[in-house]
Design a binder for this molecule. Structure first.
Ligand code: FAD
Length: 478
């Protein structure tokens, strides 16, 4: 008989990786299966990266509870994991005549236990000079900020591996069979058995439920499109600027990113599963809405547009054990504020698993990841010392983001190795600058080819066999 895992997590988004991270501290055998070539490759890759304070969730919902708890846990996790973050606060801006809506948010904040303040125009301007001319007040929340969502998920995955968990990438779950005591999970990479399943499959959450006859939930999807601007714009944005929320969501915001860019977006377009293609109408909606809260939008500094998909089940998250299938636990319908909530959801699911299986915290677990500084964070002496040991530190691969060859090599040999150009990009930022990989792309390909021992035309951009970049050699040199 093959190995039987204690827990098998389906899905390597922020929820799956966070829960694997928490479980890996216990003497439990844990496996995460992810259908893509990397973790953080769906909703977790493309969102606003806001660590929400939690003032606008309906009180007494799972969203309110996990958002507020998650906010505090996330700041600590980001610190321990060395993931870029900025606790810059957030403001919801309003005009004359909208006082009642700001007051309502303040009441919700109180009910959710979130500290907020209402500021007049003068105080708002002193904090954020570029608000639109007719903004007369704001609701300020100091516990909000921004984090790199994909780097957080990657860091959770790395730490989980260092603490003994296993991750199988390109392992899409195709079917699940309930046996006497365990589940048999059939994936595109083989069969795995486990005592408990955690369904963290994001947009496929309900499809996974259906495989095992667990609860069915009506699901809807909302796409959010964004403009991302180059880092010259960062100096104009100090905080996260929200408009007043509407029934469709938190509205189109202006925010710094943890890596020093600025984003405008997202929209909230009712759509279908898998749709992450930005539309012109949606981008026009952003163009129309940004100036309502932010005075000087600079759309000409846009370096890329992107979009992400929210998976929505009713009005709240679905978290807990199935009432139909024992030991089948769900964390699905995790739309916004799912990134912020993930560490708290993970603690909750870990407690649920430990209450079922038992389990002791292991000795010598890793909490702080080794500091992985990049060229821009190193001082001159440290950089020279590194170059003396390894001259790859002296070779710049990405000119826009100043990423060295050594950083790319480190990403390829990290606990959860980067094996594609996009996976290197998410770990190092090579390709995220103004030229969007025009310069560094071929160099990253060469390094991947060398380090992984694969021919250049087999190096892939991202997920899937058909995502290789080079098709064949144009010139054969004998
Ligand atoms: C536009 C937008 C803006 C947002 N902004 C914010 C924000 O600012 N702050 C915030 O807190 N939250 C925000 N969110 C919400 C947040 O992004 C999500 O809640 C979170 O990413 C959901 O994580 P997840 O792990 O549930 O799903 P995902 O990240 O989608 O992960 C699910 C994983 O399961 C894998 N999978 C699916 N099917 C299978 C299968 N059959 N076998 C194996 N693996 C499978 C997928 O490949 C995927 O990697 C936003 C979301 C969107 C879309």
């Amino acid at each position: 008989m093959g190995k039987i895992y204690d827990v098998l997590v389906i899905g390597g988004g922020i929820v799956g990786t966070a829960v694997l991270d928490r479980l890996s501290r216990y003497n439990l055998d844990c496996l995460l299966v992810e259908k893509s070539d990397d973790v953080a490759s769906f909703s977790t890759r493309a969102n606003s990266g806001i660590v929400h304070a939690g003032y606008d969730c309906e009180p007494n919902t799972l969203k309110a509870k996990f958002n507020v708890l998650g906010n505090a846990l996330l700041w600590k996790d980001a610190e321990d994991l060395g993931v870029k973050h900025l606790k810059c606060g957030s403001i919801v801006v309003a005009k004359d005549g909208q006082e009642a809506q700001i007051k309502r948010l303040e009441e919700k904040a109180k009910a959710n236990g979130v500290e907020v303040e209402i500021w007049d125009r003068e105080k708002t301007l002193a904090f954020e000079p570029n608000i639109a001319d007719d903004i007369s007040m704001c609701l300020y929340a100091k516990s909000a900020g921004v984090v790199s969502p994909y780097q957080l998920a990657i860091a959770y995955a790395d730490r989980a591996i260092l603490n003994g968990a296993k991750i199988e990438l390109e392992a899409e779950v195709k079917s699940i069979v309930k046996k006497a005591d365990n589940f048999e999970v059939n994936t595109s990479k083989g069969r795995f058995e486990a005592k408990i399943i955690l369904n963290c499959a994001g947009e496929n959450g309900v499809a996974i439920n259906e495989m095992i006859g667990a609860e069915y939930y009506e699901t809807s999807y909302r796409r959010g499109d964004y403009f991302i601007l180059d880092n010259t714009q960062r100096k104009f944005v100090n905080t996260v600027i929200f408009p007043l929320p509407t029934a469709a969501g938190k509205g189109i915001l202006v925010a710094p990113t943890a890596d020093g860019n600025v984003i405008y977006g997202p929209t909230s377009i009712q759509t279908v599963k898998d749709d992450t293609a930005s539309s012109l109408d949606s981008l026009d909606e952003i163009r129309r809405n940004v100036p309502l809260s932010y005075k000087n939008p600079t759309f000409n500094k846009c370096i890329r547009i992107y979009s992400g998909l929210r998976t929505i089940i009713g009005h709240d998250f679905v978290i807990g054990e199935s009432k139909v299938v024992n030991n089948f636990i769900m964390a699905i319908g995790i739309c916004s504020p799912g990134l912020t909530s993930a560490p708290a959801i993970a603690e909750h699911l870990k407690d649920l698993v430990v209450s079922k299986l038992g389990g002791q915290v292991k000795e010598n677990i890793v909490i702080k990841l080794p500091e992985n500084k990049g060229l821009l964070e190193l001082d001159e002496k440290d950089l020279n010392d590194l170059i003396a040991k390894d001259d790859a530190w002296g070779r710049i691969v990405c000119r826009c983001e100043k990423v060295t060859e050594a950083e790319v090599v480190r990403a390829i040999h990290s606990p959860l190795p980067a094996t594609t150009v996009d996976a290197v990009k998410r770990r190092t930022r090579a390709g995220m600058g103004r030229c969007q990989g025009g310069f560094c792309g071929p160099r990253v390909m060469e390094i991947l080819s060398r380090e992984l021992g694969v021919p250049l035309d087999k190096v892939r951009k991202g997920n899937g066999e058909d995502s290789n970049i080079a098709v064949c050699k144009v010139k054969e040199v004998e």
